[in-house]
Design a protein around this ligand. Sequence first.
Ligand code: ATR
Length: 278
Amino acid sequence: MKKIYGIIGDPVAHSLSPVMHNAAFEKLGMDAIYHAFRVSPEEVGDAIRGAKSLGISGLNVTIPLKEKALFFVDAEEVAKKVGAINTIDFCSGTPVGYNTDGIGSLRVLKETVGQIKGKKVLILGAGGAAKAISFYLDGAGAKITIANRTKERAVHLTSKLSNADFSGLGVELKEYVKASDILINATSVGMHPNEDATLVSADMMHPDLVVFDIVYNPMETKLLREAKRAGVKKRVDGVKMLVYQGAASFRIWTKEEPPIKTMEKAVKDALIRKILKT
Ligand code: ATR
């Protein structure tokens, strides 16, 4: 029988996950389909219970449901620590929750720099995405600094990590960038339509810095353009993170090795189609 997967969130109509997962199912010749379901925060519990009753195999969870959904699943330990899930697996009967955002970012960085242990990582942002990324990198032994506009949020997140420091986004940021091996933008700064915004400019960077932006629309953000200008060789866009978090969900649900290249191409093609439309 055809297996059904999906994503719940609101708004969800523009999610790239359906295109990405359906391309993967097709590539592997699996009898499965992935659909976007618009669900309000008030209905997240009903949606998860209903999905279980209907025999849905797996769900992704997106904004604004990631935190709330945690209360309706058995969550893995790191997801509990993060306080948010983005993946639910129904294969054992009870819904089990995971956070593959962190898994995705860790994989992106391991692929780019190899060993994470001991690396100095500066994370811009202290919201949901920054939280997921920082818990996984902390677990991998990175030395983290959280820099956020609202300093209290940075202080709070830092207090939950084992080896971390905090900063604001003022003049002090320059010194932190200089001292870092890896810079990650986990804020929405630079996202369409504010494509000319960046929190870090070329003059603050050094060529050996790894610059990773989780924003994927546009694919080449202002931060990545500044990195290019500064001679930074290792620049990573948000499409990779999107694909790797999706791939991690796919692996949890299907126990199959996800066709990463196919998924990446599906996302990039969809982004290009979107740009052509606007
Ligand atoms: P997400 O779950 O996608 O991380 P979020 O929890 O709303 O979303 O967090 C957004 C992050 O982007 C926050 O760190 C936010 O900073 P504040 O905590 O000060 O709100 C950051 N952010 C958003 N717009 C920003 C801007 N214009 N300048 C600096 N930081 C910004």
